[in-house]
Design a protein around this ligand. Sequence first.
Ligand code: BEZ
Length: 233
Amino acid sequence: MEEQVYSMPRIGDKAPEFKAVTTQGDINFPGDYSGKWVILFSHPADFTPVCTSEFMTFANMADDLKKMNTELVGLSVDGLYSHIAWLRTIKEKIEYKGMKDVEVKFPLIEDITMEVSKRYGMLQPGESSTKAVRAVFFIDPKGVIRTIIYYPLAVGRNFDEIKRVLIALQTADNFSVALPADWRPGDDVIVPTAGSCGVAKERMESKDEMHCYDWFFCTKKLEEDKVLKALGK
Ligand code: BEZ
């Protein structure tokens, strides 16, 4: 029998290319999303409770993400008609945490062959060999994978964290800074570490806008409105 290949893309890799059938028509990934950020995510199965709660939450945040030049693309190993039936059920029947009449307008990929799931390391056989885990890939406008988060089958994703990571990635790019632990817009940001003894000395002696905890760890203010404006919000 032919050996199964499960590859794992890494942060910094180009997003693997594929063509797929989705609930919004055929897509050519990531080419169709050139110039945009994409959150590509997998879920284990249609008509399951955790996934339903997640899809309603993703659909609810889709417009907010669009304002940040970001599109959602979902995937599971179910077929197209199952996807369509499930999304219709969500819209027509499910009321959850104040969300109702929720229309999932972003594409949901059918991946019955598991070709895409395997390429993206979404099938993790120790967890399940037939269902994708809850993977989240943040892909930038150049088609480069910038963050990967995995959750197991039994635990729904943290959507505050997904949004925080997206904002942090865009802010890191927009302002050439790094973001410290638990950073949120309005918190201080980290300036690139001094690259020479001279700069290190200057930073420790200067009384300008930076605050240096030590020569290699300096922060500066970055107002929330500047962060949000750069995101297009
Ligand atoms: C769920 O989405 O509820 C689920 C899916 C697969 C395994 C366990 C839970």
